[in-house]
Design a binder for this molecule. Structure first.
Ligand SMILES: [Mn+2]
Length: 288
């Protein structure tokens, strides 16, 4: 458990059981945190709880990396998470559920206060490729926030910061056409889930929203009807920028992002230039 309120917290998304990436990210995040801080990473899900030897090795590697640096990690459940294991976890004194000494699951609806602001955790998302997966082996129906969970969390009222795995429907995204292997039922389930999360957000009316799942690093202000909400999305493991960031939770100020959103912007611009150059028929020397 983290004994005192942190000022700087590492926020990360979607490590998918990638031990090499996770341990490297933990070391880099730790280097950004003052030595006297509690040393906490808040992980937004698809952390990598998995029912095989690889899953156990991943937990051991992450636990060892955290221990070496005196850190702790709290994670929300994503959609790629072994819910059979999560369901066996026991709640600790403060509502978090212990996986290892330094790795704790933050259950759906858990609330806590840092520096006078209430935080609300709400994991869960839909696997749009569930049709290609096997229940109990690499897919679990518990991935979804249930209507009962959503109703109970909404009824508990306002929170300042909503941290979720999925992205609420009110944050617009465009996606490429889905592969034929994804079922219509799963796509409909996904749309309904994003709407369910939006309904929770409508009740909670957060000022800040942090999420993973889409594997998109971005930051945007969205007016959901109660004033601007600062939305921050995170990239997945193995990407050049935006998989993790350092957040000053006393002032709600982002101190730094992994890589740089500028790098991402430059890459996007390079992509556009690349395309326009190709359209104009001139030779293209860039590597794209
Ligand atoms: Mn993911």
């Amino acid at each position: 458990m983290v004994a005192s309120q942190p000022r700087l917290v590492g926020v990360a998304g979607d490590w998918h059981g990638n031990a090499a990436w996770a341990t490297h990210a933990i070391r880099r995040i730790s280097a950004q945190l003052p030595a006297r801080e509690p040393g906490l990473i808040l992980h937004l899900g698809d952390f990598g709880i998995w029912p095989d030897p690889g899953g156990r090795a991943y937990l051991s590697a992450v636990e060892a990396a955290l221990a070496a640096l005196g850190m702790q990690l709290w994670f929300l459940d994503g959609n790629h998470e072994d819910y059979s294991m999560l369901s066996r976890l026991r709640p600790g004194r403060d509502g978090l559920r212990r996986v290892t000494d330094r790795i704790w699951h933050v259950p759906r609806g858990h609330r806590w206060t840092w520096h006078g602001r209430q935080w609300l955790a709400l994991g869960g998302a839909v696997s749009v490729d569930a049709a290609e997966r096997t229940r109990g082996r690499d897919w679990w129906p518990d991935e979804e926030i249930t209507t009962a969970q959503a109703a109970a969390i909404a009824a508990a009222g306002h929170a300042d910061v909503l941290v979720s795995h999925d992205c609420p429907a009110g944050v617009r995204h465009t996606f490429p056409a889905p592969p034929a292997s994804w079922s219509r039922a799963d796509l409909a389930r996904n749309a309904a889930h994003r709407q369910r999360l939006q309904e929770v957000a409508d009740a909670v009316q957060p000022r800040w929203l942090l999420h993973g799942h889409l594997h998109r690093a971005y930051q945007r202000h969205v007016d959901m009807g109660w004033g601007p909400v600062e939305v921050t999305g995170f990239a997945r493991d193995g990407t050049l920028y935006g998989n993790w960031a350092i957040l000053d939770v006393a002032h709600m100020r982002w101190e730094r992002f992994d890589g740089s959103f500028l790098v991402g912007l430059a890459r996007n611009l390079a992509g556009k230039i690349h395309m326009s150059v190709r359209r104009s028929g001139r030779p293209n020397a860039s590597r794209g």
